[in-house]
Structures are given as structure tokens and as C-alpha cells.
Write a protein that binds this ligand. Structure first.
Ligand SMILES: NC(=O)c1ccc[n+]([C@@H]2O[C@H](COP(=O)([O-])OP(=O)(O)OC[C@H]3O[C@@H](n4cnc5c(N)ncnc54)[C@H](OP(=O)(O)O)[C@@H]3O)[C@@H](O)[C@H]2O)c1
Length: 356
């Protein structure tokens, strides 16, 4: 049996969940196929070519003091032969920018970070070219919908000869939660604080409210659907008023009330039409846009609850009634499971590109 060697970057919420899942697999047939040889955050890098204990990594990495170790030796730790897999559980643009080189060197990459395939077109193309030239695969199922079968369904439809006509979705768990709970009575700013404190939003909720995260998600889906669009071709209507956008993070909380009046007005206008507000991303005829919409009952995106993602796909075989995929599209556990699904896929194949 060929054992796949794994390097993990990131020991935050997702990295910890990956380590706990790997630990639970130790001594099982799945675990026997995988060997963790490197695990790092920005403060500590652990390496053992005979195999690290995932549970030890999970306890050592988070509390490590900064020791100045560079993290760039993950590739060296993986060696130059056999099945080698890099897991990116960071939100680091520098790490994302090195994925094409790793792929070109024959290392499979499984990533939860949208900054590799969801930013510049040139970087996405470099990743695809590296996959085509080497036997390595780029695993991105954790990037959109935290492993819900979105990218897979789009790719399977295209592989079956379908043209993708349109995609529309509620793709941000935090924004889904906010607009499911916003009733026009409670202040929107209060809900934002509650969502932030519950960990549903980024520590700076403007990152969610600006729509930038959703821009990256619709870009990843659009490119997989055959529309090689550039990041600035996605029209994004941010929920953050200009006065709030420029404030330092330390002054944000005391100014969150600036969200209240405009969103209450949008809510009341939607209610008059019998509709509800949802933060939606759409791709139609190769054009993408992201923003708040009033959806009426019966709209394929109107259902769902909590932090659920809900995505509709129209294609040759689904021209009027779309394929709708709904479920938990955020959270460390499902994201880690999606990353390790990609890892197991690479370990079984030995090497085959899965990026579009
Ligand atoms: N959380 C979720 O539910 C979720 C869902 C889907 C996708 N994602 C994506 O998954 C990624 C990780 O999210 P998270 O919530 O786990 O973030 P997080 O808690 O902030 O953890 C990020 C980790 O990355 C490490 N890191 C940063 N730069 C690094 C580098 N150059 N080399 C090695 N490690 C590095 C950090 O190290 P330090 O600890 O030393 O700072 C930290 O351990 C993000 O791209 C996020 O968008 C998250």
C-alpha cells in the first residue's frame, strides 16, 4: 500500500478540526493510508518523516510561542517522490500564491482558502496550467459551501455535456444567519454583534458585510462553470456604508448603528412586496453580481434557515426548474471533512487534476 504524505498549514479553527479528524482515523484502514509529516502555523513548524501524532500537533501548535521558524519548508518535508499532499488551512495570500509552484512540483493541494482560485484570473490560470502539466490535483471542495456538492455538481454537469446557464445562491453562512433573523424590529447592528460574538462572522464583520468573501465564492463557481472572469468583473454591492468602511477596527463597534436605518428601509420595502431580504450571488450569461435582494416566496433561494447555504444551478438539463443544493455551508467540522475528502481522493488516485 502506498502511503500518502501530508503537510498541514494552519492550526486555527479549521486546522484543529483537520488534526482531530486525522487523530480519530489513527489505526483505521483510512488512517493507515495517510502520514502527517509536517504541521505548522506562523509560530511553530513540526516535522517528522516517520509521522507526527495529529493529537500532539493539535495540542502543541495553538499555544506555541513565536520562534521565528519559516513555514516554507513544507514542500521539503514532503520530499520529492510518492503521493505528497499539502493542506492549506490558512487565510494567507502568500501561501495561496505558492500553490501553482507546489502543483508544478507534483504536490497535490487541498485548500479551504479562497485566495488561490477566487482572486486574480492569472493565479487561477497558473493553478490550472500546473495541474495540466503535472500529475497533481487541486482540491477546492472546501472553498465554497464547505464541502456541499456545489463544485462537484457543476463539473459533473459539464462533463456530461451540459452548458451552465446560470448560478444563484446564498453563499455566506454569516449573512444567511443575519437576514434569517432580521425582522425589522431588532436593530441590525445588534444582530451583527450577536453573530460576531457567536463566531458566525469574521472578527471584523465588515469582511462579511462588504460582500468580498461572496465575490470570491461566485468567482470560484463561475470559473468552474466555464466562465473565466476576472475578479473586478463581479459587481459587488457592499452593505457597509462609506463612513463605516474607513473606520479603524477599534472604533467599529460604536458606529455599527450606521447600518440600521438603510437596512430597516430595505426590509420594509421588501415586506410591502411580501418578500424577504437575502444576500445573493448571481452568475447569468457570464456576468456576476453580489448584493442584497428581496426574494418572494417560491423563489428557489428563499428557503433554508440558520447559516445554511442554498445554491441553484440552471443548465441544459435543468433549464427552468434549477438543481438546488442546500445545507450547512460553513463551520470547521464540515470544512475539515471536505479538505480530507480531497486528500483521500488524491491518495486513492495517486494523481489526477480535479480543477476545472
Ligand atoms: N472557519 C470556517 O468555518 C471556515 C469555513 C470554510 C473555509 N474557511 C477557510 O479556511 C481557512 C482557515 O480558516 P480558520 O477559520 O481556521 O482561520 P484561523 O482560525 O484564523 O486560522 C488560520 C491559521 O493559519 C495559520 N497561518 C497563517 N499564515 C500561515 C503560514 N504562512 N503558514 C502556516 N500557517 C499559517 C495561522 O497561524 P497562527 O495561529 O500562528 O496565527 C492560523 O493557525 C480560511 O481561508 C477560511 O476562509 C473557514
Amino acid at each position: 500500500m502506498t502511503i500518502a504524505r501530508i503537510a498541514l498549514l494552519g492550526s486555527g479553527t479549521v486546522g484543529q478540526a483537520v488534526l482531530h479528524r486525522l487523530a480519530a482515523w489513527q489505526g483505521t484502514p483510512i488512517g493507515d493510508k495517510l502520514r502527517l509529516v509536517y504541521a505548522a502555523n506562523t509560530r511553530l513548524a513540526l516535522h517528522d518523516s516517520d509521522g507526527l501524532s495529529p493529537s500532539k500537533c493539535a495540542s502543541l501548535l495553538p499555544g506555541a510561542l513565536r520562534d521565528g521558524l519559516p513555514n516554507s519548508d513544507a514542500l521539503a518535508a514532503l520530499g520529492d517522490q510518492g503521493i505528497r499532499i499539502l493542506i492549506d488551512a490558512t487565510a494567507d495570500a502568500g501561501t495561496a500564491s505558492r500553490h501553482a509552484a507546489a502543483l508544478a512540483a507534483g504536490v497535490h493541494v487541498a485548500t479551504a482558502c479562497k485566495l488561490a482560485a477566487g482572486t486574480s484570473l492569472a493565479q487561477w490560470q497558473a493553478i490550472n496550467e500546473a495541474c495540466a502539466q503535472s500529475r497533481a490535483g487541486f482540491g477546492d471542495r472546501a472553498t465554497v459551501g464547505a464541502g456541499l456538492p456545489l463544485l462537484r455538481s457543476i463539473r459533473e454537469l459539464r462533463a456530461g455535456g451540459d452548458h451552465i446557464h446560470a448560478i444563484a445562491g446564498v453563499m455566506s453562512g454569516s449573512l444567511a444567519w443575519l437576514f434569517h433573523h432580521f425582522d425589522g424590529i431588532r436593530l441590525f447592528s445588534e444582530l451583527v454583534r450577536e453573530a460576531r460574538d457567536a463566531g458566525f462572522t469574521e472578527p471584523d464583520p465588515r469582511e462579511d458585510l462588504s460582500g468580498e468573501d461572496v465575490r470570491r465564492k461566485i468567482l470560484i463557481l463561475a470559473r468552474a462553470a466555464g466562465f473565466a472572469i476576472e475578479s473586478d468583473q463581479v459587481e459587488v454591492c457592499s452593505l457597509v456604508p462609506p463612513e463605516l468602511a474607513t473606520l479603524p477596527a477599534s472604533r467599529l463597534d460604536s458606529h455599527l448603528h450606521l447600518l440600521d436605518a438603510p437596512l430597516k428601509a430595505r426590509f420594509e420595502a421588501a415586506q410591502i412586496q411580501g418578500c424577504n431580504l437575502r444576500f445573493v450571488a448571481r452568475l447569468e450569461e457570464g456576468k456576476a453580481r453580489v448584493g442584497l435582494e428581496a426574494l418572494c416566496p417560491g423563489d428557489p433561494l428563499a428557503g433554508g434557515g440558520g447559516t445554511d447555504n442554498r445554491v441553484a444551478i440552471w443548465s441544459d438539463r435543468y433549464p427552468r426548474q434549477p438543481l438546488v443544493i442546500q445545507g450547512p455551508g460553513a463551520g470547521a467540522e464540515v470544512t475539515a471533512a471536505a479538505l480530507l475528502d480531497d486528500v483521500l481522493h488524491f491518495s486513492a488516485l495517486g494523481g489526477k487534476a480535479i480543477a476545472a
